[in-house]
Structure formats: structure tokens, C-alpha cells
Design a protein around this ligand. Structure first.
Ligand SMILES: *[C@@H]1O[C@H](CO)[C@@H](O)[C@H](O)[C@H]1NC(C)=O
Ligand SMILES: *[C@@H]1O[C@H](CO)[C@@H](O)[C@H](O)[C@H]1NC(C)=O
Length: 455
């Protein structure tokens, strides 16, 4: 029996039976079909835009689909306005650029997203799980101070078809964990809530809050699974702000260095094998890896967005400009190939993440890809589970990726601030040109005045 034709009920019963190792009277191939070998994930889907990418995800035919946040855009964005009654930018700005919408409006946006035919198809044929990021939490860049968080938690859980009696509806925040597949082929998915308890940006405070930390520790130290995927709405490994500042900053775990160290230490101390991260938020796809945290390489596969992507934000003649800006932001932890450390190998068009697990290979292999709107893989890595073993304290410096230990903040000054330096140089050049032109104009005018006087 195919995955498609079994209802959720069967799926649950089958999972419970297989977890306990009992499969009385159930044919071997039925147990086999419970194995999760294809997982898709994505983030940043505007409900008011067409979402053609679902067709590519349907073709991938995932067993599980994971939402990583900005599953809808719930808040209201005011246009950039320098002048007028309501000014949203500049030092004289008098109203916030983003405002939360009413519960009714949030609901109607969720309904719109849920009724998308492509997504409906996925809901019917795959197990859909998810967490949130800022725009579905209710407000751009918001954290624990946001006062509509408990109402919006209910709305997200409704969207995800969380049962009415689920403990997830009683806790503060939407974090959750799932274990899929039969014994010996288990995949654990841990979804973090990076919003509900998050201290203010630039505070270097907490992202998860103490209750979620206790929960996470328990989850990581619980029964082992061959694979453990940690879903975080914001990026864990890449610290883009280090190379885009002081021009602009992006949210990430890197922004909360103490909290990030705590996460890495927790994973290392748990001695859990097969852990890697998936993330969203930034409106481009990227694969990064950090070798010096947990005793084995930690991958972070970022897919963003399903509709909202940096190159889509501007008209096509300007795509080259976006690529140029991206090219100027180096990241020593990008692993696409060696050249990507000093230039960008990010993917700025709509994309989704695709994880394929080859359970029959020895050792078990994973192929993890970022795929574009038509399902074409634009970047990917092969990860062997033998590589993600806590006991292998490998001598990193000698591996091919030994350099995936140097952080963005340790890049040479001129490389790290290339974007800012280019921006200010361009600005300066523009200014000098303007001054030069004005000077020439004045000279010409004087000459003309002089000439007409003499005439
Ligand atoms: C990430 O970059 C920010 C901004 O430059 C910096 O303050 C922070 O320490 C960095 N975090 C890490 C873990 O390198
Ligand atoms: C990665 O794995 C795929 C099979 O999933 C294989 O076709 C491909 O050649 C592998 N690539 C590398 C670089 O090993």
C-alpha cells in the first residue's frame, strides 16, 4: 500500500506498531513503506502571491514536509516613505514600518494559504509539520515582547492541523519534536521556536528561553535515532551580519553568540550522532558547515523562500546587481566548493529543500539539495552518516574542509567589510562626480557671463 492512500490514522497506528517493534500480521512491504526517505522543507511563502513551486515539491513526492517559518505573511508592511504624515524611514520616521494585523485578518491569510491547490495536495499526501518565524508570529523581527503571541500560536497550530488536545496547544511556544520510521531507520525532527522567548536583538540574551532549553536537552539526550534534524527558522551556522554590517543586519544565531555556543555545547555533550540543521528566513538558499563545534561537522541547509526570494524583490534588469551584492559578501563556512568562501554561492530565486535518505547504502547516505522552482537542484551535498559520528573526533585541520572552522568575524578586514567599503566608495565617487560637475557648470556659467558682458 502506498503512502498516499493511507490515511493519517493508519499512519499513526503503523508508526506506533513499528516503534514498539511489533508488526503482528503486517506484511513486510507495509512496514517498509513507513520508512521516511524523502523530506522537503521550505519557508517564506507569501499567501498573496502565486505559489507555482508546489508543483516541483509534489514531483519530489516527500513523505514529510517541514515549514520553517514565514509560512504566511501576517503583518502589514507600510511602503517606504521619507516624507508626508506617516514616515516609515529616515531619522524623522514617526511610524513603524510593520504593524500586526487583527486575528480575523491573520485567519483569513492562513485560510488563503491553506486553500492553495498545490499545498492542499502536499497536505493530503505527506505529513506536514512546522514552526514559525517573525511574519507568521505576527510582526517583523519580533521576540518575546510581542503581545499577540498566544493568539497567534493558536492560529499557527490550527493551520498545521494540530489536534485540539495536543500538549503543543498548552505550552508557551510552538517547539515540538517528531520521530518517524521504524526502529533502525528512524529520523527525529526537532523544531525550535526562535520567537516566543527571544530576548531583544543585540542583547546577546536568550533565543529559546529556559523552558525550551530544558526540553531541548531532554530531546537530544533521549533515545538515539540515526538522523536528527534540527529545524530553526533563523540560520544557525552562517553569520551574514558579520559581512553585511554595518550596512544592515540579519537575524541569526550568530547574533546571539552565547546562545549559539550553548547550542553547540549541548549537541556535543549529548554525543548524539547524525545531527544537522535546516533553516529559512533569509530569502536565498545556502549550504554551510561548521567543523569545530560538536566533534563532527555541523551542516546548516538554508532554504528560503518558497515565493519570497531576493532576486524576485527587484525587476530582472537589477538581478545582476543583487548577485553582485551577494558576491561581495564572503562566508568562510559555505561548502558548495572552495571558491565560495570568498564569493557568494547563494541562490536568490524561489527554492525548497530536498533531503533524500539512501537507507540501503552502507553506510547510510543522505543527499541534501536546494531545488529551484521547477525542481532542478541548484546546490547540494552528499552526507554520509559515518561522517556524522560523535565518537569520530577527527583531526579537522587535515580534512578537505578543515577551513570550515574560521568564522566570518575572523576574515581579514578588507574581505569582511568588502560590501560596506564598496558601498561607501561608490557613494564617495558619486559625491565627487557631483561636486566636479557643479564646479564645471559654475566655471562655464562665469565664462559665458564674462563673454556676454564683453560683447
Ligand atoms: C556574528 O556577527 C556579529 C556582527 O558582526 C558579531 O557581533 C557576532 O559576534 C558574530 N557571531 C559569531 C558567532 O561569530
Ligand atoms: C552524491 O550522491 C548521488 C546519489 O544520491 C550520486 O549520484 C552523486 O554522484 C554523488 N556525488 C558526489 C560528489 O559524490
Amino acid at each position: 500500500m502506498g503512502w498516499e492512500r493511507r490515511g493519517r490514522w493508519w499512519w499513526l497506528v503503523g508508526m506506533m506498531l513499528s516503534v514498539t517493534g511489533i508488526c503482528v500480521g503486517c506484511p513486510e512491504e507495509q512496514r517498509e513503506s513507513l520508512v521516511v526517505s524523502r523530506i522537503a522543507f521550505g519557508s517564506c511563502a507569501s499567501q498573496s502571491d502565486p505559489q507555482p513551486i508546489w508543483n516541483a515539491i509534489i514531483n519530489f513526492d516527500p513523505h514529510v514536509f517541514i515549514w520553517l517559518g514565514d509560512n504566511i505573511y501576517g503583518d502589514v508592511r507600510r511602503p517606504f516613505k521619507l516624507f508626508g504624515k506617516e514616515r516609515t524611514i529616515g531619522p524623522w520616521k514617526n511610524v513603524p514600518r510593520f504593524i500586526p494585523s487583527s486575528e480575523k485578518e491573520m485567519k483569513s491569510r492562513y485560510n488563503k494559504a491553506k486553500s492553495n491547490p498545490g499545498y492542499s495536495h502536499i497536505r493530503k499526501n505527506a505529513k506536514v509539520i512546522g514552526t514559525w518565524d517573525d511574519h507568521d508570529y505576527g510582526l517583523n523581527d519580533a521576540g518575546k515582547e510581542f503581545d499577540r503571541k498566544s493568539t497567534n500560536q493558536r492560529l499557527l497550530l490550527d493551520f498545521l492541523d494540530e489536534p485540539p488536545d495536543s500538549p503543543r496547544r498548552k505550552q508557551d511556544g510552538v517547539y515540538a519534536s517528531y520521530t518517524f520510521g521504524p526502529m533502525g531507520r528512524q529520523v527525529k525532527v526537532i523544531l525550535l521556536d526562535t520567537r516566543y522567548h527571544r530576548d531583544p536583538l543585540f542583547s546577546d540574551g536568550s533565543i529559546l528561553g529556559s523552558l525550551q532549553w530544558t526540553w531541548l536537552k531532554k530531546e537530544l539526550n533521549g533515545p538515539s535515532t540515526l538522523i536528527t534534524i534540527i529545524g530553526s527558522s533563523i540560520q544557525v551556522i552562517s553569520n551574514l551580519s558579520a559581512t553585511t554590517g554595518p550596512l544592515f543586519y540579519l537575524e541569526s544565531w550568530g547574533h546571539f553568540p552565547k546562545e549559539r555556543d550553548r547550542l553547540f555545547r549541548l549537541i556535543a555533550d549529548s554525543k548524539r550522532d547524525g545531527v544537522f540543521f535546516i533553516s529559512g528566513d533569509v530569502h536565498f538558499g545556502e549550504i554551510t558547515r561548521y567543523d569545530c563545534a560538536s566533534g563532527y561537522p555541523l551542516y546548516d541547509i538554508t532554504s528560503s523562500g518558497l515565493t519570497q526570494a531576493v532576486e524576485e524583490a527587484v525587476s530582472s534588469p537589477l538581478h545582476f546587481f543583487v548577485r553582485f551584492v551577494a558576491w561581495l559578501t564572503p562566508a568562510p563556512l559555505r561548502v558548495m566548493n572552495r571558491n565560495c568562501r570568498y564569493r557568494s554561492c547563494t541562490f536568490g530565486q524561489p527554492n525548497f529543500g530536498a533531503i533524500e535518505i539512501h537507507w540501503d547504502a552502507t553506510p547510510v547516505m543522505m543527499r541534501i539539495e536546494i531545488r529551484d522552482m521547477i525542481g532542478f537542484p541548484v546546490m547540494g551535498v552528499n552526507v554520509s552518516l559515518s561522517e556524522l559520528q560523535a565518537k569520530n573526533v577527527s583531526p579537522f585541520a587535515t580534512t578537505e574542509y578543515g577551513r570550515h572552522c574560521s568564522l566570518e568575524v575572523t576574515l581579514p578586514w578588507i574581505v569582511r567589510y568588502r560590501l560596506a567599503v564598496s558601498f561607501y566608495s561608490m557613494l564617495a565617487a558619486l559625491l565627487v562626480t557631483l561636486v566636479g560637475l557643479s564646479y564645471a557648470a559654475i566655471l562655464a556659467y562665469r565664462k559665458w557671463l564674462h563673454k556676454s558682458k564683453c560683447d
